[in-house]
Design a protein. Structure first.
Ligand SMILES: NC(=O)c1ccc[n+]([C@@H]2O[C@H](COP(=O)([O-])OP(=O)(O)OC[C@H]3O[C@@H](n4cnc5c(N)ncnc54)[C@H](OP(=O)(O)O)[C@@H]3O)[C@@H](O)[C@H]2O)c1
Length: 280
């Protein structure tokens, strides 16, 4: 039997990213170590952490314990808000690399845009310099609304490879998805299962899941994949880590994809902070 593997998407810098990755938000170092090891055993090859999660060391230990060659793993971390700015970015990057036990990273993200403070142009300058030095393979952002994304690209002439944003059936961001695509920026969904919230019990999703003999989580993850989104579900539960990966075996009909997209509730559907108003 051929092992299940995530498809990849091509980023605007020509590199490939595994479309289905593994998120580690809210995990302790111990949980991250065990869960990353489990995820790599199941077949994930893309791990999404962040300095602010406080578990980069656990991620490193999980990778070491897995026996998987680190060069096969697409590793992502993020620069925290208090480290935005040129010098502080260079410093925070080195600290992340130390915790991850690496010299370089596949993808580094500005974690939030913080529109009012507008430190992202200087932060981005440091990102581009680190890329030039070969320390970062690809540069990206998270939580960038349209205005800040356009400002960043206009000012630097370099589009991020992706914009990682809150995105799930009840809040599926049609406008930002459209603008990202127009700018050649992939959209990546965080909180893809609405952080374990009510998307998993939505009657439309449970009905479609049942029709395929799949679970609601698998149905939602297949929907993200079929919309062309990069998606990074998190779980500390071994059965769910596998269940989520096996969503790769599920293909929804076009009509089912449209029915799930139609569940969008606009801003009402947001489960976390609005990046336009988050400046700390
Ligand atoms: N850029 C940003 O600002 C930002 C913000 C948030 C998240 N992220 C990234 O995106 C990743 C994913 O988002 P998230 O962790 O917030 O939320 P999520 O992946 O939407 O949901 C995680 C929650 O769903 C539960 N779950 C996972 N698989 C399940 C399944 N098959 N059935 C039922 N419940 C299931 C998990 O429980 P258990 O763990 O208990 O199994 C956990 O409570 C994060 O880990 C992080 O890497 C980025």
């Amino acid at each position: 039997m051929t092992a299940l593997a995530s498809p990849t998407l091509t980023m605007n810098d020509g590199r490939e990213i595994p479309q289905l990755g593994f998120g580690v938000f809210t995990m302790s170092n111990e949980e991250a170590e065990a869960s990353v090891k489990e995820a790599l055993a199941v077949g994930y090859r893309h791990i999404d952490t962040a300095a602010v999660y406080g578990n980069e060391e656990g991620v490193r230990r999980g990778i070491e314990a897995s026996g998987v060659d680190p060069s096969e793993i697409f590793l992502v971390t993020k620069l925290w808000n208090t480290d935005q700015g040129y010098d502080s970015t260079l410093r925070a990057f080195e600290e992340s690399m130390q915790r991850l036990g690496r010299e370089s990273i596949d993808l580094y993200l500005i974690h939030w845009s913080m529109p009012k403070r507008r430190l992202y142009p200087e932060t981005w300058r440091a990102f581009l310099e680190l890329k030039e030095q070969g320390r970062i393979s690809s540069v990206g952002v998270a939580n960038f609304p349209v205005e800040q994304l356009e400002d960043l690209v206009d000012g630097s002439g370099v589009a991020p490879v992706l914009n990682q944003i809150e995105l799930h059936p009840h809040f599926n961001q049609p406008e930002l998805r459209r603008v990202n695509a127009e700018m050649g920026v992939l959209t990546e969904s965080w909180g893809p299962l609405s952080q374990g919230g009510d998307a998993l019990t939505d009657p439309v999703i449970t009905e479609i899941a049942k029709a395929h003999g799949a679970t609601p989580a698998q149905t939602i993850l297949a929907w993200h994949r079929q919309l062309g989104l990069v998606v990074i579900p998190k779980s500390v539960t071994p059965e769910r880590i596998r269940e989520n990966f096996e969503s790769l075996q599920l293909t929804l009909t076009d009509d089912e994809v449209e029915r799930i997209t139609a569940l969008d509730r606009g801003p009402e559907g947001r489960v976390s902070r609005d990046p336009a108003d988050f400046n700390e």
